[in-house]
Design a protein around this ligand. Structure first.
Ligand SMILES: [Zn+2]
Length: 262
């Protein structure tokens, strides 16, 4: 194995976000955030990634933290988040996804009703807060734990895994998106994130509720500019690309999505 191969095959390393929640940034150029929530008798793995066809390094990193049985939760159906799912399902892991996410291996699906998972000393809520990055995004909230100091029954999340509904460092991707709904969903994420909550994006560094509020404002602005451009420049709305607050490719995706009625 060459030095380069060794680097690209580097084992994921989970870092503790707080309480029972961990994350590992894996895979290449725009690293994907894989989440891990560890309870006394069960663990949840959020977005296993593509694993480049080999889940062993990921499972070894998980095993270094917990030996509890794993449930995999997919924030949405994009391949960079779910590529490893078939392999993990074949090994017997329970797979949870939104019913419309197109995750064929899902053993449990989430629709309008949120799902509450008690892992033992920590509770995970899996919820569809509305369309956005895709038609079938899920947000995974981690609440409580014996060291959180919260009263029993208080399940305000300390950590929220948001998949690509939230993106740090690079612009959001609109290819399969519902921009108008996305603005509203970001408002709900902002409201769900308690004071001091850690918000984990699909890609980029963990952020806070204020970042989500700023992302929402910017998207609202981008949405408005795109809508005006589509209305005014019937022929060529792409002329608005320089004034939309995203890169050219993302702005083009946004306009394309809005022109097709989303
Ligand atoms: Zn995605």
């Amino acid at each position: 194995m060459s030095g380069d191969d060794a680097a690209s095959a580097a084992a994921p390393v989970f870092v503790r976000l707080g309480g029972h929640a961990f994350m590992a940034a894996v895979d290449g150029v725009a690293p994907l955030n894989v989440g891990l929530v560890v309870g006394a008798h069960h663990a949840v793995l959020v977005d296993p990634g593509s694993a480049d066809g080999d889940v062993e390094p990921l499972l070894a990193a998980v095993a270094a933290i917990t030996e509890a049985p794993l449930t995999v939760v997919c924030t949405h159906g994009h391949a960079d988040h779910t590529g490893a799912v078939p392999t993990l399902a074949a090994r017997g892991a329970e797979i949870i996804a939104h019913r419309d996410a197109g995750v064929a291996e899902a053993t449990r699906t989430v629709g309008d009703e949120p799902l509450r998972l008690d892992l033992g000393g920590v509770v995970v809520h899996v919820e569809h807060l509305g369309r956005g990055h895709t038609a079938a995004d899920l947000v995974i909230g981690v609440a409580g734990g014996e060291d959180s100091g919260e009263a029993a029954g208080d399940e305000v999340p300390d950590v929220l895994f948001c998949g690509d509904l939230v993106r740090e460092g690079t612009d959001p991707r609109f290819r399969d998106s519902y921009p108008q709904d996305w603005v509203r969903t970001l408002g709900r994420i902002r409201a769900a994130a308690g004071e001091g909550a850690i918000v984990v994006p699909g890609h980029g560094r963990p952020v806070d509720a204020e970042f989500v509020a700023a992302m929402r404002r910017r998207m609202q602005q981008g949405h408005q500019l795109s809508r005006d451009a589509i209305r005014e420049a019937v022929g060529d709305a792409t002329k608005a690309i320089p004034i939309i607050p995203y890169g050219p490719e993302e702005s083009r995706e946004l306009i394309t999505r809005m022109r097709s009625g989303h």
